[in-house]
Design a protein around this ligand. Structure first.
Ligand code: CTP
Ligand code: CA
Length: 225
């Protein structure tokens, strides 16, 4: 019992986390999306709840299940719905983590009837979605704000750029070109960067272990703040 209590280092903290992809409708049978299983974000939600945090998990479409009694799951589909849900919960949160793979674009027009195929190519106009993390960074008060960056080139450099541009406290950089790192699998390897220049390599491990390491690093940085 004593030992369990000692591990509840996030007791009393409210965490808001988004995970999974978003889906942007084209017509009743088609959508535009990003690759993401949701596993990494869900694992972080679970690790934080196990550490005693009250967690709100804003989830894009994902097959992953959660059952921890300290996780409240809010299901969303589109980037716009995720934006609304995140903004609604942001100000009352102590820690915000944006693990979701948000679509950067959505079709400018959606069709209520199935589009029938025509001869020749199809041109679809896409418009930009809102950047949820940028908005959270711009209006940040005393929340500890953490982003993700999925990169295929110069990941650390791109990670620092996003950390600064979006006014984050830390960013988790995922080099998706590495073996065992990234989407559907059960393993990952990431680098944790904070705004003071701390850099921690979390080497190849299960998403559960990586999630526990991330939650501990966030807690340490929160203590130092
Ligand atoms: N993000 C967001 N809202 C968007 C796009 C991205 O909140 N509309 C968040 C992601 O959840 C992630 C971070 O921003 O935490 C970085 O996402 P990423 O796709 O790596 O970067 P972008 O800023 O979208 O830039 P680009 O895709 O051009 O590299
Ligand atoms: Ca993007």
């Amino acid at each position: 019992h004593q030992q369990k209590k000692a591990q509840l280092f996030l007791k009393g903290k409210k965490m808001l986390i988004s995970a999974g992809p978003t889906q942007e409708k084209i017509d009743p049978v088609r959508y535009f999306t990003n690759r993401s299983s949701g596993k990494m974000g869900f694992a972080i939600a679970e690790a934080a709840a196990n550490a005693g945090a009250s967690v709100t998990l804003v989830a894009g479409p994902s097959q992953v299940q959660v059952q921890h009694h300290q996780i409240e799951r809010v299901d969303v589909t589109t980037a716009e719905e995720m934006y609304e849900a995140m903004l609604e919960h942001a100000t009352k949160s102590d820690i915000i983590i944006k693990a979701a793979a948000v679509a950067d674009y959505r079709p400018s027009i959606t069709y209520d009837q199935k589009m029938k195929k025509q001869p020749g190519p199809l041109y679809l106009e896409m418009e930009r979605t809102r950047d949820i993390l940028q908005t959270l960074g711009n209006q940040k008060e005393d929340q500890f704000l953490v982003g993700f960056a999925a990169e295929t080139e110069t990941p650390i450099e791109n990670g620092y750029k996003k950390l600064q541009k979006k006014n984050l406290d830390a960013i988790i950089v995922n080099d998706i070109s590495l073996e065992g790192s990234g989407f559907a699998g059960d393993t990952n390897a990431v680098t944790y960067l904070n705004k003071q220049g701390r850099k921690e390599n979390l080497t190849l491990n299960t998403k559960q272990v990586i999630a526990e390491q991330i939650v501990k690093l966030i807690h340490e940085d929160l203590e130092d703040q």
